[in-house]
Write a protein that binds this ligand. Sequence first.
Ligand code: DP6
Length: 344
Amino acid sequence: MPYTASWRSPSNIALIKYWGKQELQLPRNPSLSFTLSSCHTNMKLTVAIEGPASLTVLYEGLPKSSFETKIKSFFSRIDTYFPWLKHASVTIDSNNTFPHGAGIASSASAMSALALCLQDIDDQLQNHTTKNAGWWSHVSEIARLGSGSACRSLFPTAALWGITDGVEASSDHFAIPWQGQLDPFYTTFEDTILIVRDDEKPVSSSVGHQLMELHPYAGARYATAKENLFQLITALKNAALLDYFISICESEALHLHALMLSGPNPFVLLEPPTISIIKEVWRFRKESGIPVCFTLDAGPNVHLLYPKQYKESIMDWIKTALVPFCAAGKFIEDHIGSGPEKIS
Ligand code: DP6
């Protein structure tokens, strides 16, 4: 009888960005993210331990061979954790609630879901049932080996990844939950994602990380990220420091893209509507006094972050002023979420 495991795992949005890595996805600087909710991957893993060894990858029920190379390379990194993988017949069937490859971290939700499913199967094989804090750290470490940002998707509300002065238990190997110290005000945050483009991006994050190794500003970037994280942590503990939160968030997003523009092999992931949206956010915030800010991933789409209490006014504004900049008028309404869920 094959073993099965099904998990739903969310995407996350980094406020302090991971951009630059060494060895096996160890970050050059610490990062901190909000866990999302509506943007998630649903995955079912089916494993016949006795083989013959094979890998079938389905997306929305249909074969998706383009994912196989990344998954095989992930499996070769983790077969010391799961020795049975070498001779098992594995079928992965997943779907996302958001467009693949559009700068919404699909690798974060997919690789965290896969790490959860693999550990779940291993637990079934070992008759192991406890899911304590150590279990979640272990799954986060496995997810990191699939995609760095995936290690932050395992925890409710917010997660921190990378050794950080003053944050006990912080590690480069796995993320830790960062919910406990957050001012509850931030748990009400919405993330409305304006889809400027929903096709595959021209430069993958993996290539972007590699280019940081040759970047003349790399050292300064890693130092700035640490300093920004320190400031952000201070702001997140105290809602009265919301203005700091906003300026650090936007500065991190702009730094990320400035790095892409200023490296020895420059590339541009921003699109003209991205810039128009950023300017409109600044205008609207100044004129309305509503604390909405933006962040960006490695892509042209804009994440608008704001407290839920302003949702009505912000949605009116989005529909009139921002939808014209979105591809086919598309946006996704998301909010801070409660982390992964076992489906069955
Ligand atoms: C800009 O985690 O996608 O979204 O480790 O190569 O899989 P790999 O990269 P990935 O990089 C994410 C980069 C980012 C910032 C972030 O999420 O911290």
